[in-house]
Design a protein around this ligand. Sequence first.
Ligand SMILES: *Cc1c(COP(=O)(O)O)cnc(C)c1O
Length: 352
Amino acid sequence: MSAPRLDIDLAKVTHNARQLVARLGAVGIRTTGVTKASLGSPAVARALLDGGATGLGDSRVENLERLAGSDVDAPFTLIRSPMLSQVSRVVQVADVSLNTSPAVLTALSAAAGAHGVVHAVVLMVELGDLREGVAADEVADLARWADALPALRVAGVGTNLACQSGVVPDQANMVALSTAAEQVEAVLGRRLEIVSGGNSANLEWALSTADVVRVDELRLGESILLGTEPLHRRRLDDLHTDAFTLVAEVIEAGCKPSRPWGTFAQTAFDTAAPLRPPGTVRQVIVALGRQDVDPTGLVPPPGTTVLGASSDHLVLDAGDHDLDVGDELEFQLDYRALLQAMTSPFVTKVTR
Ligand SMILES: *Cc1c(COP(=O)(O)O)cnc(C)c1O
């Protein structure tokens, strides 16, 4: 089989989705499965839906288009504010988009009108993480104005925490989101369908609070795909952390001195390996580098240590492993490494 390759165990993805969908469902929260780290893979999307996700979200129009061109059938949400240059594609492929900007909302309405559809929008509220969102006390006015645009419907409000500044989702900011939802409902005169509390960073709050207030949906990517929560990067109970495995091939193996020699200047990427005790190491090079994956996000096989990485070479201390040219090594990935491996054209994706 070709290498490097990302082995994707779809049954594990489905298991993880089913677990989280059930736990959140018990407190009245739906799960939108986020496919962006899988490059909008239809196979991964099906695994999320098999696990009970009620819809799919992706930050890229291209990924949603890929899903729409497959046999995957679910409500699609664009989870990044549309680019003005893409509104026409957005209203054709997405049922819902997350929004903050009046200029984009105006353009979405015009595009939706031109295509004879009504596009649903979720207005994002800024609650302290300082990424996307409008001020909480301005959402109701924005909603009244956006809902009056001819081809738009305000379907809900949402927020996104943790990604930019590490702000933790808690009772206070979820109450603030719920209050904003109620203010919007007051000006629209109807109940909102979507109060989208956030991403995988919200799980800890959602699964421990005595009151989810008005939050009725989370958008989950990392927690389902990797079985970890992003606030402390801990494993979630009973979830698989190895649904994705990166496999790479050894291209050089042999004993080498543990210490480099000569005069020293910069390395290819400015990160010299720590000086090791003098001696010899069993060193292997695998055909894997920064063109394939972020090496800092890799967990190497037990008993081996990563010594360094450049664009195309990953150098390891093989420990006691008797490795030879042609052997394959398996690595676990964090979210960063997964994103990069999925988007590298050099990494083959194999689902099973
Ligand atoms: C990426 C993203 C998500 C999913 O985040 P995870 O941490 O992978 O669960 C949800 N919402 C928005 C707006 C995102 O950009």
